[in-house]
Design a protein around this ligand. Structure first.
Ligand code: CP
Length: 463
């Protein structure tokens, strides 16, 4: 399978750094005089390659900057910008579409409304697939542009205080970004619109995989520019009863100023009737008037609607148009790396997650309606697949990464099941079955195991 970029976790920190160094080289060589964030001219290194941009959702920046990047590398493009312009509108599956396109092009950049669509595409083709946004899941190359912008603004990610504003629930740029920020050691402070907080599965993963717990932004009236650690559990409050401010200050974790204010629009297209701009944060010069924002960089993946004031365009803290412009050198570097035009930028192998995979055959399904595995057109051939994330059999959909907790685990050879989910590790992978509810095991003719699971000798079955 070719190297594909489906989530930001498909790139290591070292690979991201190498891509940024190559983007720097492109800007040094091809930068526009007086506008060092803009590429002009072209470099003829990719003449034998064709990039297919397959967009099932609207786009200005991502598609045009990918196409500009390919053209500026001297390559060629085949573009589909309209969902109705491909045979998908006649009912053709995504798997069939990419199996055909791989004969016409050498890389695919795909945007799709379904979460996990890019992973499906990558599973049915031997050419690299780049996720240009899959529903509310991820948008990894936007994160590359975001991080690169911060680098060009001389902001080191380690210990950076990043305020995330707006629709953190549906914003795919946010989801890719928080994982990257956590990996590089930045601090995350959510300022979500009402009911638009980071999804639970994203928070869980931040904590589990990166030890990152998003922090509350101190309220406007907070007297000093610090925040104290909130006890994670209510009962821990009893450990520091009635502490006065001096004592709190002693336990205080300095936050300093807000280094980055990352603004996002309400993702109306993912919400239907529930979309409401009530209590939605608006970032403008008035909002940024507090001292702590004096040296903030204001980023926005764009497009903006009402959440970012036009008065910020003339404010030196607003860097969002440079951020959009960096899409070209960054995507040139990524494309060049995947086409292997420059050695040692990315490795040949895809990065594997450190979890065993469970494929569900006519059984448990992902509970996320927006997951590609629940799309009527795609579920005809797709089998739900999950990473088994821990010993309690927390399952994470490999496509949309939503989590679910099955109620029972069983063995298809023994025809037995257990509600002690820890048993999963002792069952041979070829016979493992999870049940969403205990009643599903009974309906399937499975009998309860008697006694505790026996420990398997030697190597565990799934590792
Ligand atoms: N930032 C971004 O993804 O913009 P487009 O939707 O215009 O591609």
């Amino acid at each position: 399978m070719a190297r594909s970029i489906l989530t930001i976790d498909d790139l290591s920190n070292e690979e991201i750094e190498a891509i940024f160094e190559l983007a720097d080289d492109f800007l040094t060589e091809l930068g526009t005089p007086g506008r060092p964030y803009r590429i002009q001219g072209r470099k003829d290194v990719a003449g034998q390659f064709i990039l297919s941009t397959l967009f099932f959702e609207p786009s200005t920046r991502t598609r045009f900057s990918f196409e500009s990047a390919m053209l500026r590398l001297g390559g060629n493009i085949l573009s589909s910008a309209n969902p109705t312009s491909t045979s998908a509108s006649k009912g053709e599956s995504l798997a069939d579409t990419v199996r055909v396109i791989e004969n016409y092009a050498d890389l695919i950049v795909i945007r799709h409304p379904r979460e996990g669509a890019a992973r499906v595409a990558s599973e049915y083709t031997d050419i690299p697939v780049i996720n240009a946004g899959d529903g509310g899941h991820e948008h990894p190359t936007q994160t590359l542009c975001d991080l690169y912008t911060l680098r060009r603004e001389n902001k080191s990610l380690k210990d950076l205080n990043v305020l995330l504003c707006g629709d953190l629930k549906h914003g795919r740029t946010i989801h890719s970004l928080v994982y990257a920020l956590a990996r590089f050691g930045a601090r995350i402070m959510p300022l979500a619109g009402k009911g638009l907080d980071l999804p639970e599965h994203v928070r869980n993963r931040l904590k589990r995989e990166y030890g990152c717990i998003p922090r509350e932004l101190p309220s406007n009236g907070f007297p000093v520019d610090v925040v104290y650690q909130t006890p994670e559990k209510d009962h821990q409050l009893a450990l520091i009863p009635d502490v006065d401010l001096d004592l709190r200050m002693k336990f205080a974790k300095p936050l300093g100023s807000i280094d980055v204010c990352y603004v996002t629009r309400l993702q109306v297209e993912r919400m239907g009737d529930e979309a409401s701009k009530k209590d939605y944060p608006i970032v403008d010069r008035q909002f940024l008037n507090e001292h702590r924002y004096k040296h903030s960089s204001v980023l926005h993946p764009l497009p903006r609607v009402d959440e970012l004031g036009y008065d910020m365009d003339a404010d030196s803290r607003g860097v969002y148009f440079k951020q959009a412009s960096y899409g070209v050198p960054v995507r040139m570097a990524l494309l060049a790396a995947l086409m292997k035009l420059y050695p040692n930028i990315v490795t040949a192998q895809n990065r594997e997650r450190p979890y065993p995979i469970y494929t569900s055959v006519d059984g448990i399904r992902c509970g996320n309606n927006q997951c590609i595995t629940n799309d009527p057109q795609e579920k005809r051939y797709l089998k739900p697949k999950f990473w088994i994330v821990d010993e309690t059999a927390l399952l994470r959909c490999t496509y949309c990464e939503h989590e679910l907790h099955p109620q029972a685990v069983g063995s298809t050879s023994a025809k037995k099941f257990d509600t002690n989910l820890g048993r999963w590790a002792t069952i041979d992978a070829g016979h493992l079955v999870f049940f969403e509810r205990e009643v599903d095991a009974h309906r399937g003719g499975f009998q309860p195991y008697k006694g505790k699971p026996k420990q398997t000798a030697g190597t565990p079955v799934h590792r």
